[in-house]
Design a binder for this molecule. Structure first.
Ligand SMILES: O=C1C[C@@H](O)[C@H](O)[C@@H](O)C1=O
Ligand SMILES: [Co+2]
Length: 302
């Protein structure tokens, strides 16, 4: 089987309407978003704040457009709230994704996170977990992993700027202290490069545990500005730190080659949040798909 058939390309709705800042792209409708994704050539989507939450209704919109649900984000609060609260919300989210046919559940720990704070500098004020936080996080994630297994699903942990799992050392600590059977990893190129990590090294080290991928590129000059100005994550997004693959500083050819050579089977979701008033979401989705269509054969595996 070629790499092309094992890898499916999806697109995240965050470029049309931003979940972290719903005022960005408020005017873009749900139907416009999913129609444009399909028109740009994607076969999968994640879930945005305008998507109907009833599986039957959502399917009635997605199926005519040949779109599947790849996954959806879940915020855990294992380090700051009683486990039962996260568990209850997780089961609801899991059951919704299961009904939609998704196989993986994106989980990101939002306890102590500063990613949603407009004024907090993302590099300087990022949280650092205590040993007690790590203990709660790793144990809690393993329990969520077991709950996912009840539906034959996996949790994929999303390392993220402005959270306690952002750097290479933090990703390593998470991976080393959780069971590979219970906790898998999401690989997000944009967050790794923005943070200053080496994405290929991380991919190679954890390839057997990577079960979901987000592709976004970085505008190098904006990333430098965010660091120098001590901007928050959200201000960075508004300034345009993220863009689609092929439009920034990341060379996706070696990344794609590493992914294809690893035998990765699953979704690569183009997820490049930026201000839709400055970056037309359809044009950028199309640009990314064209670029990826060119990059994939250059991995020489197809
Ligand atoms: O997967 C993601 C979901 C978003 O809400 C988040 O802030 C974004 O940066 C991301 O990578
Ligand atoms: Co992501």
């Amino acid at each position: 089987m070629s790499a092309e058939t094992k890898i499916k390309f999806g697109c995240a709705p965050i470029a049309w309407t931003n979940d972290d800042m719903p005022e960005l792209g408020r005017e873009n409708t749900f139907e416009q978003c999913i129609s444009e994704m399909a028109l740009a050539g994607y076969t999968g989507t994640e879930i945005g704040n305008k998507y109907p939450r009833d599986p039957k209704t959502l399917k009635s919109y997605l199926e005519p457009r040949n779109l599947q649900v790849a996954s959806a984000w879940f915020s855990s609060f294992l380090t700051t709230k009683p486990f039962e609260e996260t568990k209850k919300a997780f089961i609801e989210h899991r059951d919704f994704l299961y009904a939609m046919g998704a196989k993986v559940i994106v989980v990101s720990e939002q306890g102590h996170s500063i990613q949603g704070q407009m004024e907090t500098p993302v590099f300087e004020a990022k949280p650092v977990f205590t040993d007690a936080d790590w203990d709660k996080l790793t144990k809690g994630l393993e329990e969520l992993g077991e709950l996912a297994h009840e539906k034959d699903m996996e949790i994929v942990y999303h390392h993220h700027m402005g959270t306690g799992v952002q750097t290479t050392a933090e990703i390593e600590r998470l991976m080393e202290n959780t069971s590979p059977e219970k906790v898998s990893l999401l690989f997000d190129t944009g967050h790794l490069v923005f943070s200053g990590e080496n994405p290929i090294e991380i991919y190679q080290k954890y390839q057997s545990r990577i079960k979901h991928i987000h592709f976004k590129d970085i505008r190098e000059t904006v990333a430098k500005e965010v660091k120098e100005n001590q901007d928050s994550f959200l201000v960075g997004v508004k300034k345009g730190v993220f863009t689609v693959p092929g439009d920034g500083m990341i060379d996706f050819v070696p990344i794609m080659k590493t992914i294809a050579e690893s035998g990765y089977e699953g979704w690569i979701v183009v997820e490049a949040e930026q201000d839709p008033a400055k970056a037309n979401p359809f044009e950028y989705a199309l640009k990314a798909k064209k670029y990826l269509n060119e990059v994939l054969p250059r991995t020489q595996l197809v």
